[in-house]
Design a protein around this ligand. Structure first.
Ligand SMILES: Cc1ncc(C[n+]2csc(CCOP(=O)(O)OP(=O)(O)O)c2C)c(N)n1
Length: 361
């Protein structure tokens, strides 16, 4: 349905909220409203994380406001709990939309016992075995190679599963990234590579990252289609991802999807973005907000009013408040848990270290 390697990003909703696709929209009203609700919930979750940081309940946040449409569109295009996701640290809205329980995300941020990973990762590094979510890894692009390996095993076993892996524009300069795409292309692995291109890798802007006009162009070299998408448009993000996922599921091999987004906040809580980008640039991007754009679209279809928007925000805020309360009132992860699950059977030296730690404590 979509042509790869377009010069202009693929768009289905214009900034006024008009549908500009050349095909029939085949999503029910409920499905459209779920996309909306998931974007609102992701934005609110992001805001709460910043409050956790400022109140000393967590130590690190990677703001994701501006990435919601891309992440919600991706989540809707795969089968949660069946397909595998290898995400990166900015994917809270993707994970929430996949059904990752909010209380477990909050518990991961605060290191309480409700974190399925037992508080062993730094904040913004969740993972979920039951949901087939690979634990986020800090070294940029290091998850891309294992994602390809997982996809290849699915191909060999004929499971019909697909892998989705996400990363930022900076990740595309890493050797791992190129090795992963090359191998996936050669082997025809059922994987979709999704670049959330927010134009900056911390302070490094895209012009210093790559001499290619588009990340999607790099797909040529690896023998797969590359799509560039307006990632502030939730329907474009969804439909292009859906096509890439179904190609992979049918055995047609991998694809690279570049979603053009913008992060409104700093790179992380350890960054001051005012030193490398003008405030006016951020403000201009906020005017293209993906949630507002989708509200305009829904309004034209009589599915949205300002009162309804307020109601959705209230409902989602209440759900998140309850989840946060549950997560943060749980016990802090006991330090000795670090010795669990390292090996199937704990070797003598870890027993020894555990004993010493408990004595010290
Ligand atoms: C291998 C490696 N090098 C450097 C870093 C430090 N670092 C953390 S995030 C980041 C920028 C990544 O930017 P991008 O991939 O564009 O994603 P974004 O954070 O913009 O969403 C860097 C360089 C790292 N974590 N791993």
């Amino acid at each position: 349905m979509f042509q790869p390697f377009t010069e202009e990003p693929i768009r289905l909703i214009d900034e006024k909220g008009n549908w500009i696709g050349d095909f029939e929209l085949d999503l029910s009203e409920d499905a459209l409203l779920t996309l909306y609700r998931n974007m609102v919930a992701g934005r609110l979750l992001d805001e709460r994380y910043i409050v956790l940081l400022r109140t000393g309940k967590t130590s690190f946040v990677a703001p994701a406001a501006g990435h919601e449409a891309a992440q919600v569109g991706m989540a809707a295009a795969i089968r949660p709990g069946f397909d595998w996701v290898f995400p990166y640290y900015r994917d809270k809205t993707l994970l929430l939309s996949l059904g990752y329980p909010a209380e477990q995300l909050f518990a991961q941020m605060a290191g309480t016992v409700l974190d399925p990973n037992k508080g062993r990762q730094m904040p913004e590094h969740p993972g979920h075995k039951d949901l087939n979510v690979f634990t986020v890894a800090s070294p940029i692009a290091s998850h891309v190679v294992p994602a390809v390996g997982a996809a290849l095993s699915m191909k060999f076993q004929g499971t019909g599963q697909v892998v989705l892996t996400t990363f930022g524009d900076g990740a595309t300069s890493e050797g791992d990234w190129h090795a992963g795409l090359n191998f996936a292309g050669v082997q025809g692995a059922p994987i979709v590579f999704a670049a959330e291109n927010n134009r900056y890798a911390i302070s490094v802007d895209f012009s210093k990252q790559s001499a290619s006009a588009r990340i999607a162009d790099k797909a040529h070299a690896y023998g797969m289609p590359g799509y560039v998408v307006d990632g502030m448009d939730v329907l474009a993000s969804y439909y292009v991802m859906r096509e890439a996922v179904s190609r992979a599921r049918e055995g047609l091999g991998p694809a690279l999807v570049e979603l053009l987004v913008y992060r409104y906040g700093p790179h992380s809580s350890a960054d001051d973005d005012s030193v490398y980008r003008p405030k006016e640039e951020v403000e201009a991007w906020k005017k293209k907000d993906p949630i507002t754009r989708f509200e305009r679209f829904l309004e034209k279809r009589k599915l949205w009013t300002p009162e309804f928007g307020e109601q959705v925000r209230d409902e989602e805020r209440k759900k998140l408040e309850a989840a946060e309360e549950k997560a943060l009132s749980a016990q802090a992860v006991p330090p000795e848990w670090m010795f669990d699950d390292v090996y199937a059977e704990r070797p003598w030296h870890l027993e020894e270290q555990k004993r010493i730690l408990l004595e010290e404590l």
